[in-house]
Design a protein around this ligand. Structure first.
Ligand code: NPW
Ligand code: ADP
Ligand code: K
Length: 572
């Protein structure tokens, strides 16, 4: 498996936290203190001048974090309005609430009170985090609705925008696909990202996502029994990309004394007359990503239309399954791509030979539709674990209608069924690698290992033919003998980097030509490969937060005179 930033479900997070607390080496209150301090630190790094903040504290430990944040911001000179509930939270949150009450009042946590204090610089949303188990109702639902108002001051979310299901990125009690909760400017989450931070609308509603270390590293083995999910995400400071010292780098680099067959031979099957563009896009991508040879294989009557560039591309007609089987007698063909522009009937005819050879094979577009038209009981009979299925949601729904239905069904109780769950179950059912496309791409293997790659800044990538290029990148990397999960993960990243580098106006034709410069940067270990042509990373790291905390104690004395002036905001 590649190294990367691990994702934990909320259940895994709870198990990790309880193992830490049961060890006796850390208490729940200490973890809460660290969590609240981290959020306050990240706020102060981004809003260095103390201003006026409203802190919305919910009924559980997320609310407990809110009271800790209020204390730290108060000591740093911020003026605060704290809204909370008079419930009986757990002992840690109760302790933190008590500490705040020694500093200032707690106003009712409802929409009417919130409406009266919105004239502020920052809203801190500490209503619900990982403990949201059901659809919010009553006054809290009204307050959460008020938080969606785009004219509000910036919102900082504690662990997540409240109401979000952190296992799925959906919103319990609301329509999947259309629901939108509060949109945070910044979300500070703890220990590890959760699926809901990067799936569905969660990725868009979190804003800048920061994962704060609260010292749970010694207990991560608790979650290691479950299949691992890794995050490939440029907003997280530990993305999986082939750094010079990383495992994927050695796979991308070519041996100086090698020959073309050492880099493999990708066979891209093309469709009939006037349908060749899609397969040519795949073939160009496979060439650019370094397959030693790439052959495009249309039927004879379409061969002439592939006469133009690129000249590096070989052409050979493949009429039917038996032609394909003959061609595959050449063991130097190391990967196949079937589907883009192929035509459903032709894809259905070629599928048995493409699968019977047992070689790495991308099944995309028409090949997926052809699979979905097989009788249900036999649909996946000849698939194997070197096959990568690359459906978008429409194709996924044709292949796995029951899973797709569960993904769109509204549900009042969490955790909601997620795209990660759906991809895992589909991969296990098909006994193949499953890559579910979208702004949030999920890749899962039959044994449950998974990768998630989310982009929120590349709307231009949703363009005709972009999927064909992705299929070609995967096929090229498979041909170069990358294992299927790594080939798929790396291809998705290169695809997004190419789109980011080109920017607005992108068409699928532009993508393959961006690959050489990206490869050069990666192979030379150039820093900033994520930023070029895209958004800058924040550059704020945990060290800065720790340094800031070291200074907060000093600032507390200097700021104490402010306490007397905190009227009508702030403390007693
Ligand atoms: N554990 C730790 O050590 C650490 C945890 N940390 C923090 O704790 C957060 C998790 O805390 P949590 O488990 O208390 O859950 P939380 O998100 O506050 O919500 C639960 C409360 O909401 C209630 N509730 C749920 N749904 C509801 C609804 N629809 N409508 C109304 N109420 C609803 C639910 O009530 P119940 O279901 O029990 O009736 C319960 O009272 C986590 O995100 C992180 O911020 C950090 O401090 C690091 C250390
Ligand atoms: N909103 C979006 N932002 C970024 N990438 C997207 C978005 N929507 C789709 N994509 C990506 O664009 C590509 C589209 O592929 P696909 O739907 O197969 O298109 P086509 O069949 O036209 O090639 C996929 O790689 C998908 O992950
Ligand atoms: K929250």
């Amino acid at each position: 498996m590649p190294v990367g930033s691990e994702i934990l479900t909320t259940a895994q997070m709870r198990a990790t936290e309880s193992a830490a607390m049961s060890s006796g080496r850390v208490t729940g209150a200490e973890l809460m203190e660290r969590a609240g301090r981290a959020v306050a630190g990240h706020i102060r790094l981004r809003w260095p001048r103390p201003g006026r903040a409203v802190v919305l504290c919910g009924p559980g430990n997320n609310g407990g974090d809110g009271y800790v944040i209020a204390q730290h911001l108060h000591r740093a000179g911020w003026q605060l309005r704290v809204l909370g509930l008079a419930n009986q939270p757990g002992p840690d949150a109760a302790q933190m609430r008590q500490r705040w009450q020694e500093i200032g009042p707690i106003l009712p946590l409802d929409a009417a009170t919130f409406a009266g204090v919105q004239d502020c610089d920052l809203v801190i949303d500490a209503i619900f985090g990982t403990g949201l188990t059901r659809a919010p109702t009553g006054p809290i639902a009204a307050l959460l609705a008020a938080l969606t108002d785009p004219s509000l001051p910036p919102v900082v979310a504690v662990d997540c925008p409240s109401g979000l299901c952190l296992d799925s990125g959906g919103w319990p009690g609301r329509d999947r696909g259309t629901a939108t909760g509060a949109r945070a400017r910044l979300t500070v989450a703890f220990d590890r990202p959760k699926p809901g931070h990067v799936l569905e609308s969660g990725a868009f509603r979190c804003g800048e996502l920061v994962i704060a270390d609260i010292g749970l590293g010694d207990w991560h083995h608790i979650a290691s029994n479950a299949p691992q999910t890794l995050l490939l995400h440029p907003a997280i400071p530990t993305p999986w990309l082939p750094a010079p010292q990383g495992p994927a780098f050695s796979l991308l680099a070519k041996p100086a004394d090698g020959h073309k067959f050492l880099s493999g031979h990708a066979l891209i099957l093309a469709g009939g007359p006037a349908r060749g563009g899609a397969a040519r896009l795949s073939a160009r991508a496979a060439l650019r990503v370094g397959a030693g040879l790439v052959t495009l294989a249309p039927p004879v009557d379409a061969l002439a239309e592939h006469a133009g560039p690129p000249d590096a591309l070989m052409r050979q007609p493949v009429e039917d399954a038996s032609d394909l089987a003959d061609m595959l007698a050449d063991s130097r063909i190391t990967a196949l791509c079937l589907g883009p522009g192929c035509g459903i009937e032709r894809a259905a005819g070629l599928l048995p030979s493409a699968l019977a050879c047992g070689r790495p094979c991308v099944l995309d577009a028409d090949a997926l539709t052809a699979l979905s038209q097989r009788p249900k009981a036999e649909r996946f009979r000849d698939l194997h674990d070197k096959v990568i299925l690359t459906p978008h949601m429409g194709e996924f729904a044709r292949l796995f209608p029951d899973l797709a239905n569960r993904l769109v069904a509204a549900d009042n109780t969490g955790p909601l069924f997620s795209r990660l769950d759906a991809a895992r179950q589909a991969a296990s059912r098909a006994r193949a690698v499953l890559l579910l496309k979208g702004p949030d791409t999920v890749i899962a293997t039959p044994d449950g290992s998974a990768l998630i790659h989310t982009v929120t800044d590349l709307p231009w990538l949703a363009t005709a033919g972009a999927g064909d290029v992705l299929a070609g990148l995967i096929a090229g990397l498979l041909a170069r003998s990358l294992p299927p999960l790594q080939a798929a993960g790396l291809a998705v990243q290169l695809h997004a980097l190419a789109a980011r580098r080109f920017g607005p106006g992108l068409t699928a034709d532009d993508l393959p030509d961006q690959i050489p410069a990206i490869l050069r940067d990666l192979l030379e270990g150039a820093s900033g490969v994520f930023e070029r042509g895209g958004r800058k990373k924040t550059g704020i790291d945990e060290m800065q937060v720790k340094e800031l905390h070291a200074r907060i104690e000093e600032l507390a004395v200097a700021n104490s005179f402010l306490e007397r002036k905190l009227k009508p905001w702030g403390g007693k």
